[in-house]
Design a protein around this ligand. Structure first.
Ligand code: BG6
Length: 478
């Protein structure tokens, strides 16, 4: 018996700002993601403290060219087709559709670009999985309105999604409203276009912006169903269960608190209301959301169809502040002595994926979709661009097996699996090119040099086999 259903959606994931490039082509406007530099200043910018809202000559802005998917999409999608992809996750650059974000009419060139991309996918039997916003926000909306702090953003977003659902009806069925919505708490400039003023109450601003995104997400779900009942809308969480560092109840409590910081978003999107613990937290912290009755009704009536999430690692928490920390997906966590870590310090925990899936499924009872997972590593290509990336294969193998266990042994309902960065692309947290996730190598380095030539890695052939056998080959240790 097979673990996974016949129609399981195998594939890979990307984001516009990390792979498209062509930041000033086709009528596209400037976005927050264009002005996130690589190097030591990146964290300051993504966490809401940019020096200015335009690029300068002192920095490299890797997203501006990225791996130029904009001009290479046919070649790239052909390679994905060759691997047998059933789905391809990509995101829309908001500023290709509405360059400033608040125009009356959309930009036809941008709409046409994605239409061509979707048609190209369908040529190979690939179902697009579209993230409406993956960390991007038009600079104009940040300058004029303060980004998602401002309620008006809900209307601009509604306009965007209405255009997308109408134009791509019949071409796209699976939609995600906001990438890693909980990232707003850790990278608020990327997650919500927030720029903090000196002395501003940052927590208040972040939760207010989060509320606006949550309402916008419910609106998008409503509009998606109105325009085409075939549409399936998902939320998207940067997941990874938090373990207590020890069985000391104080550690267990700390871990629960940490998890709630993340699950709070999905509690709203999947269950339709703010959980009691969040309301109490806002009360305690003096956070005011100006929530209307209409907001509450929208949230209640338009919950998501499925829960999508990224998983790179589990997390760990303790009441003892002196325990060593290590890097994680944007936010740091505690060093778990039982786990090894990647070159970037992200801890590797395949069983943690099974645990996370079970927690999410128990909590929400809605189908799951793993839309990001993978190993960021330095690759050493030979003269033909071939990379012997056994380390990546090993990571993916262990995680896919854990995923199959969750489905086969625990009964978790899972729609699909898209590994992150199926084509090498720019890293979100560090802006590096040398941190690679792909099955397809792209010749480009951190200084922006390279031919952009694509080549197949060893993992390309391995993943093709995994898809061909619906994962069954992993049971024979391939
Ligand atoms: C997720 C994001 O946070 O993790 C992606 O949705 C990101 O955009 C991915 O690229 C991996 O993180 P990084 O920092 O290694 O690129």
């Amino acid at each position: 018996m097979m673990s996974l259903p016949e129609n399981f959606l195998w594939g890979g994931a990307t984001a516009a700002n990390q792979c498209e490039g062509a930041y000033n082509i086709g009528g596209r406007g400037l976005a927050n993601v264009d002005i996130c530099p690589s190097g030591k200043d990146r964290y300051r910018v993504i966490s809401g403290h940019p020096d200015s809202l335009k690029p300068d000559d002192d920095h490299i802005y890797p997203g501006m060219e990225a791996v130029d998917f904009y001009h290479h999409y046919k070649e790239d999608i052909a390679l994905l087709g060759e691997m047998g992809f059933k789905t391809f996750r990509l995101s829309i650059a908001w500023t290709r559709i509405f360059p400033n974000g608040d125009e009356e009419q959309p930009n036809e060139e941008g709409l046409k670009f994605y239409e061509d991309v979707f048609r190209e996918c369908h040529k190979y039997g690939i179902e697009p999985l579209v993230t409406i916003t993956h960390f991007d926000c038009p600079i104009h909306l940040i300058k004029e309105y303060g980004g998602w702090k401002n309620r008006k953003l809900i209307d601009f977003y509604k306009k965007l999604v209405t255009v997308l659902f109408t134009r791509y009806k019949g071409l796209v069925k699976y939609w995600l409203t906001f990438n890693e919505i909980n990232m707003i708490l850790h990278a608020p400039f990327m997650g919500a276009g927030l720029v903090f003023e000196e002395g501003e109450n940052e927590m208040q601003a972040k939760y207010l912006a989060a509320h606006h995104e949550l309402v916008a997400s419910a609106e998008a779900t409503r509009i998606a169903r109105e325009i085409d009942p075939e549409n399936q809308v998902g939320c998207m969480l940067a997941a990874g269960q938090t373990y207590p560092y020890s069985c000391n109840p104080a550690d267990v409590w700390k871990a629960q608190e940490k998890d709630r910081e993340n699950y709070f978003f999905i509690d709203v999107q999947a269950r339709g209301e703010y959980p009691a613990y969040a309301e109490k937290f806002f009360e305690r912290e003096g956070i005011v959301l100006n929530m209307t009755e209409e907001d509450r009704r929208l949230l209640k009536e338009h919950t998501v169809d499925f829960i999508s999430f990224s998983y790179y690692s589990s997390r760990c928490a303790s009441a003892d502040a002196s325990i060593d920390k290590t890097e994680g997906n944007v936010f740091a966590t505690l060093k778990n002595p039982y786990l090894k870590a990647s070159e970037w310090g992200w801890q590797i925990d395949p069983l943690g994926l099974r645990i996370t899936m079970n927690v999410l499924y128990d909590r929400y009872q809605k189908p799951l979709f793993i839309v990001e997972n993978g190993l960021g590593a330095v690759d050493y290509p030979d003269e033909k661009g071939y990379v012997e990336d056994d380390y990546r294969i090993e990571y993916l193998k262990q995680h896919i097996r854990a995923m199959m266990d969750a489905v086969e042994l625990d009964g978790v309902k899972l729609l699909g699996y898209t590994s992150w960065g199926c084509i090498d692309l720019v890293s979100a947290s560090t802006g590096e090119m040398k941190k690679r996730y792909g099955f397809i190598y792209v010749d480009k380095d951190d200084q922006g040099s390279g031919t952009l030539k694509r080549s197949r890695k060893k993992s390309f052939y391995w993943y093709k086999k995994v898809i061909e056998t619906n994962g069954e080959c992993l049971k024979e240790n391939i």
